[in-house]
Design a protein around this ligand. Structure first.
Ligand SMILES: [Fe+2]
Length: 209
C-alpha cells in the first residue's frame, strides 16, 4: 500500500490496538477509500491518513463482548461508543507524540478521532474525508459481508437502507459517487448469488454488453 514511511510507522504502532472487532481489515479498507478521496477532495494527507489509521484504536479498551451493545442498528449502550472515541484519541496522541509527529497535526487528528462517530458535523475538510472513508467501508464487499454477519439483518433490507442514506450520510460529492458505484456492484453480486453456475456465465456476458 502506497503510504509515506511515517504513516507506515504509525500503522505499525496502531496494529496491536486494531486486533479486535475486525478493525485491522476495517482500517485497511477505510485507508483505501481515504487515499482515493484525497485524489479529488481537498485535504491534508498528513492529517487524514494518520486519523484514519488511528481512529478505531480505542475499541481495544472496550471488552469485546460489549462491542455489539455500542454500535449497529440498535445500540443499547451508546456510552461505550463515546468511550472508544475518547480513549482512542488518548492512544493516538501517545503514538504520534512518540513518533515526534508535528504537534499542530496531532491536535487536529485527536480532535477528529474524539468525535469520529458521535459528532455529525465535521470540524474540517480533513474530518469530512475521514468520516466518509470510514462509512464507505460499509459499502465495500468485505465490509458488507462482515456487517451482515454481525448485525444479522437480511441482505435485501441492508442494501435498501444503505442505498437510501447515501445522499444525507456522505459529506463529500466524491464519496457519494463512490458509494453509488459500490452499491451497483453489491446489488449485482446479490443477483449473481441467486443464480446457478450456468446462469452466472450468461448473466455476466449479457450485463457487460
Ligand atoms: Fe471506523
Amino acid at each position: 500500500m502506497l503510504i509515506k514511511p511515517i504513516h507506515q510507522k504509525i500503522f505499525k504502532k496502531a496494529k496491536p490496538f486494531l486486533r479486535t472487532r475486525k478493525n485491522l481489515i476495517h482500517t485497511r479498507i477505510a485507508l483505501h477509500y481515504a487515499l482515493n478521496l484525497l485524489q479529488s477532495e481537498k485535504g491534508d494527507e498528513d492529517v487524514v491518513i494518520p486519523a484514519v489509521l488511528l481512529h478505531d484504536v480505542g475499541w481495544k479498551t472496550i471488552p469485546a463482548n460489549l462491542h455489539l451493545t455500542a454500535f449497529g442498528p440498535n445500540p443499547s449502550n451508546p456510552k461505550l461508543a463515546r468511550a472508544h472515541e475518547v480513549e482512542g484519541a488518548k492512544i493516538a496522541g501517545a503514538i504520534l507524540k512518540d513518533l515526534q509527529y508535528p504537534s499542530e497535526k496531532i491536535k487536529e487528528i485527536c480532535r477528529i478521532i474524539r468525535g469520529h462517530d458521535t459528532r455529525k458535523r465535521p470540524i474540517s475538510r480533513n474530518d469530512r474525508i475521514v468520516k466518509d472513508a470510514d462509512k464507505l467501508w460499509r459499502y465495500s464487499r468485505k465490509g458488507m459481508a462482515i456487517d451482515l454477519d454481525r448485525f444479522r439483518v437480511p441482505r435485501t433490507n441492508y442494501l435498501n437502507f444503505l442505498g437510501k442514506i447515501i445522499n444525507e450520510w456522505f459529506l463529500t460529492p466524491t464519496a457519494r459517487e463512490m458509494a453509488k458505484r459500490e452499491m451497483t456492484s453489491r446489488r449485482r453480486e446479490k443477483e449473481l448469488g441467486r443464480l446457478k453456475p450456468k446462469e452466472i456465465r450468461h448473466f455476466k456476458i449479457h450485463s457487460i454488453e
